[in-house]
Design a protein around this ligand. Sequence first.
Ligand code: ADP
Length: 432
Amino acid sequence: MGIWQKELITGLLLFLAVSIVGGMTGLFMPLALVLTLGMFMRQLFQINRFERWIRTGGRTKYPKTTGVWEEIYYHVYRIKKNEKKRKKKLGRMVDQFRQSTEALPDAAVVLGTNDEIEWANKAAREVFGLQQTDKGQRIPNLIRFPDFIRYLKSGNYSEPVILTSPVDSRITLAVRIVTYGAGLRLLLAQDVTQLKKMERMRKDFVANVSHELRTPLTVLKGYLETLQDMDDGKSPLLTTSFQQMHGQTERMQHLVDDLLLLTRLETKQQKTECVNIPALLSQICKEAETVHGKASSPVGIEARIELSLETDVHIVGEEQELRSAFTNLLGNALKYSPEDSVVKVRWYVSKDDIVLDVEDQGEGIAAIDIPRVTERFYRSEAKRIKKVGGTGLGLAIVKHVLMRHDAKLNIVSELGKGSRFSCHFPVKRVCN
Ligand code: ADP
């Protein structure tokens, strides 16, 4: 039998007893009144006791009682107990999380909506020199590097910002912000000192080797040219050997020049000016026509490059760098397309940016090669097999130059149909 049925039956039995006794004595009304009053007082007492128990948090074992009130006490007590258990478990999890983040080698700082520090781990306190008391302080007041403040304000956290530690200038940090929840941000800083050192060593090594190779190569080429001049052509083997040696020396010279240019692009400060792109493109196309024209058919070449200057927009940048990039793109288009096909060069304003298109009707690039062609020394298998001349550094140079001009390279290509290399310059670079 359920607890409510029991309560009901007890009430009914009491009422029945009062009715019988009341009927026999003629005191039904006073007895019924006494019964109702008694029941009311009992409930009032129970409510009062329950309120006192719950007011103290229901922490102690509940008082002894019977009927429906025992059930109520039991359920509330059980809910409280489970809640306590859950709280304990949650507390343990938070502790574990705190301990693990404290032990992280990377610095982590939780930032609130107003850039205030909500929490920081041990590594963050060490590399940024933060104190426990800095909680609640705005981070731009503590890390005052302009680069960092700009990064924080930008809201674009896709790339990390490189900073030196405010505590120790020998430590280089890659700082990245990750957004989560409602307006919360997690600032992560990784010590990249070693990585940066290795990168610097690699750059220095490439620069030194390339530089040192320059002189021996010039001497070698000089002697080879002298020997070629002296060659009377009596030995075909000697003649072809000289030719091949000369070709390979020239290739090595290109390689060294390209490596030195890449090193300069990585290390040198940019000297910017307002570059007249239409004039630059006209000049480059004219030069390419002359160079490639002489090498192949002098008659058809005039029509090979179709230059269309649809805007007179100039760009803020470094002319020498832009010249290298554009020359490489045009050189590739001419190199990787048939001699009787057209190469289109187009300078125009699009919806969002200023664009230079270099389009050819050549052999195209396989889809799997497209993402990799801008890597250093990457050349598609077909080029290696066919031994088409080149260093594999041209597009790496293009990518670097464009990056230094806040521009992007877009490649659309289909095997057998041709390729279109588009350089997208942002409007903020326009200068005339
Ligand atoms: P390379 O000296 O080999 O031309 P690049 O860095 O300029 O070096 O180009 C890398 C590779 O990209 C080339 O080997 C070639 O496979 C491919 N490539 C570049 N431009 C074109 C183009 N216009 N058409 C077809 N393939 C191209």
